[in-house]
Design a protein around this ligand. Structure first.
Ligand code: SAH
Length: 406
């Protein structure tokens, strides 16, 4: 008979660090970025998002042997158990100890899902405090390679405090930051619906990732290490929050940072993106330049094209000039506006989009135009959630959002 595995004792300092992180997961997250309490304080501790060393430490803390932590890891990330009651191959006493200490897996039920004709599927998850978040699965068949990609577009906040003038999420208000497991579970939900592994993750769902950077980084770690999604297959998108690009750069991720620019000058940008008032364009571009110097990864820029507002040839030329002044070699991703209810903005005609592309390419800027997918499934960010969550989420002052990252 094989000897029973011996508990692995972590070195005291490592054990302390792991214990602190496991305990931190248990604490309610600070509700930064525009205030907004939210019901997260009543939340139980979530196992999802924890690493193997953390789960081993948790097992030890609950009087189990360390290898039980490895079993938890397999149950969470391989078997994908939805609840502790389904942890079949750990002893009942351990399951009860976990439940008794307030732990849960951290998965939420699917409240609603819609699939567009191109396969794009929007899922609404109902969180523990009954709030709804959107997550989107975007399948792409790569015929040339015979492979298929599945991109998860994940939310980082319940709503968004930044209120870009054309965005449905901002119009629905802001409630709270998502906790790491609430970001991680979005990818698991998409994999379950598609019965396919997620190959790419874009932090382009509801919310501003840089206002919830700690949780975003923890979820990013989990996607990479536990779900084996390559860092280069992930993109973090921001409209720009002072001091956070520097903070992100220090982590030296191999993922893409996408900055939502939407205008080639400060005046127009302030009109489209109110939060730009507290982050001048020159400072944002400077931070992007330094991001490249520090990480070796070029920032890519998103530009939502709004008919008659920012889609003229002269504006494309001004944009090219801005990018060249800031070092050049940048990539621009144009997003023709997806109309949302109650907005006066209009989607530009295809030939206008093409003229914008041509003007940028003529000035040696590489450009892609985001293919509009799932338009018939309320594609614009935040729209589906707004339809189902009729109660306004706003809990902070409706005036100026705070730009304090957490
Ligand atoms: N807060 C992050 C992530 C937001 S969503 C950011 O601003 O980058 C990702 C992108 O989709 C952003 O560039 C955002 O401006 C854009 N977007 C949101 N709503 C849109 C709409 N209705 N039409 C076109 N682009 C939209």
């Amino acid at each position: 008979m094989a000897a029973a595995p011996q508990p692995v004792r972590a070195a005291p300092t490592l054990a302390r660090a792991l214990r602190a992180r496991v305990a931190a997961t248990a604490k309610p997250q600070p509700q930064g970025g525009g205030g907004g309490g939210g019901g997260a304080s009543a939340s139980r501790r979530a196992l999802l998002g924890l690493s193997e060393p953390e789960l081993r430490q948790l097992a030890l803390d609950l009087g189990q042997q360390s290898y039980r932590g490895k079993q938890l890891h397999d149950l969470l990330y391989k078997s994908r158990a939805n609840q502790i009651q389904d942890f079949n191959y750990v002893p009942k006493a351990f399951r009860e100890a976990l439940l008794g200490a307030g732990w849960s897996v951290g998965r939420s039920p699917v409240h609603h899902a819609v699939t567009a004709s191109d396969g794009t599927t929007k899922i609404l998850l109902k969180l523990e405090d009954k709030r709804l978040i959107e997550t989107v699965g975007i399948p792409v068949d790569d015929d040339n390679k015979g492979s298929s990609r599945l991109t998860a577009c994940v939310s980082s906040q319940v709503g968004c405090p930044l209120r870009c003038s054309f965005c449905a999420t901002g119009k629905g208000g802001f409630a709270r930051n998502l906790r790491p497991h609430e970001i991680v579970e979005q990818v698991l939900a998409i994999e379950e619906v598609f019965k396919h592994r997620v190959t790419n993750v874009v932090f382009m769902g509801m919310g501003e990732p840089m206002l919830n950077l700690n949780s975003v980084l923890e979820a990013h770690r989990c996607f990479n290490k536990e779900l084996k999604i390559g860092q280069r297959m992930m993109t973090i998108s921001t409209v720009g929050v002072p001091n956070t690009i520097k903070m992100l750069a220090s982590h030296k991720l191999q993922s893409t940072l996408a900055v939502s620019l939407h205008a080639p000058n400060q005046k127009l940008r302030e009109m489209i993106v109110p939060s730009a008032k507290s982050y001048p364009l020159w400072a944002l571009m400077d931070d992007c330049k330094n991001y490249f110097l520090e990480t070796g990864r070029r920032v890519s820029f998103e530009y939502t094209l709004l008919a008659g507002i920012n889609d003229e040839k002269e504006q494309a030329e001004e944009l090219a000039q801005l990018l060249h002044t800031c070092g050049g070699g940048y990539h621009v991703n144009l997003i023709p506006y997806n109309p949302i209810e109650g907005s006066e903005y209009k989607r530009p005609y295809r030939k206008v989009v093409q003229a914008f592309v041509d003007a940028l390419e003529a000035r040696k800027i590489t450009v892609s135009v985001r293919q509009t997918r799932g338009l018939d499934a309320n594609a614009a960010c935040g729209q589906l959630r707004n339809e189902f969550q009729k109660n306004p989420l706003l809990e902070s002052s409706p005036s100026e959002p705070s730009l304090v990252p957490t």
